[in-house]
Design a protein around this ligand. Sequence first.
Ligand SMILES: NC(=O)c1ccc[n+]([C@@H]2O[C@H](COP(=O)([O-])OP(=O)(O)OC[C@H]3O[C@@H](n4cnc5c(N)ncnc54)[C@H](O)[C@@H]3O)[C@@H](O)[C@H]2O)c1
Length: 335
Amino acid sequence: MNFAIIGFGGLGKLHFRCAGEVANRVKDVKLVAICDIDEQAFHTQTSTNLGNVDDELDLSEYHLYTCVDELLKNERLDFVITALPTYIHEEIAVKVMKHGINVFSEKPMALTLEQGEHMLQVAKESQVKLMIGQCVRYFPEYAMLKNLIDSKKYGKVIRADFIRISPNITWSWQDWMLDGAKSGGAALDMHVHDVDFIQWAFGVPKAVTSVATNHKTEHESISTVYHYDDMLVTGTGDWGMPGCFPFTPGFTVRFEKATVVMSAAGVKLYPEEGEPSDIEVQVVSGYIEEIVDFIQCIREDRESKINPPEASCCTLKIALAEKQSADTNQTVYLS
Ligand SMILES: NC(=O)c1ccc[n+]([C@@H]2O[C@H](COP(=O)([O-])OP(=O)(O)OC[C@H]3O[C@@H](n4cnc5c(N)ncnc54)[C@H](O)[C@@H]3O)[C@@H](O)[C@H]2O)c1
């Protein structure tokens, strides 16, 4: 299988760095080409909120393109990974899928529900696989939490809080992330990871009530109450933190018989009776696991059991409802 990366900024380079390990896990898969509209992207290192990366990249063995049409004309590709600004996710994914090529497209799925639904429709019509990079489902801390919720090992969930806070955004190409019309702000871009986990673990909430700040950029931080019948679930995302602040995801989930906390200190279990303990999780990268799953889905001609594209579209719908709730000061009902 040959693949290409389209969009070689922060996340494109992260996928590039994962490509070797992906190839070790699933045999006969080869990165052959990289495409970015801005030639500079092939020569610059990138810092993201996930940390600085300074090592030199050797791209000599790959075909480099600055135009997606040229890439599609010249290469025989089985799939592409797109890591592009959100406002062109739909356009490029649709173009590639219409060439009969499977697409792994970074999150969030798109800027509007119509765009997301169009992507689903084209994937079906073109009989290709589409996966959206909702990588949190593949990170071991969250996969472990999902198992605890499903198995009811510690009983039902009483209350769950999710948080994702990040230094302010300085690296994006032409500052597209800082333009709410292009990125949807932190609410759609970053907080969407927790929205996706909440939806995966608890189902679609009946309604959402959100408040947001618009201090430096539109919806740079958002806090939401997700309405469920029998538990209290909240989520907060903020990408307006000082530049020296570390990217910090976390959760606190109180079950009937124990509370589970993920923080910079790792994952801890606080039982109703007894002493706290560490929960050991596998050391694996969700960014590798998601691509491995995607490749297996292509090979076995099936949808992902973990991350089907319909679920990403549903996540998009919830995140958009949160933005609407924040803008209107009203609860937005989803069912
Ligand atoms: N999964 C995650 O944890 C995670 C983390 C950060 C970002 N992302 C997502 O990844 C995507 C990209 O984010 P980023 O941080 O890499 O942004 P970025 O601005 O660093 O990179 C975008 C790249 O796309 C290129 N580009 C723009 N238009 C193009 C076109 N028409 N054809 C080819 N290349 C084009 C730009 O030159 C730039 O190099 C976004 O959707 C973002 O939400 C995901």
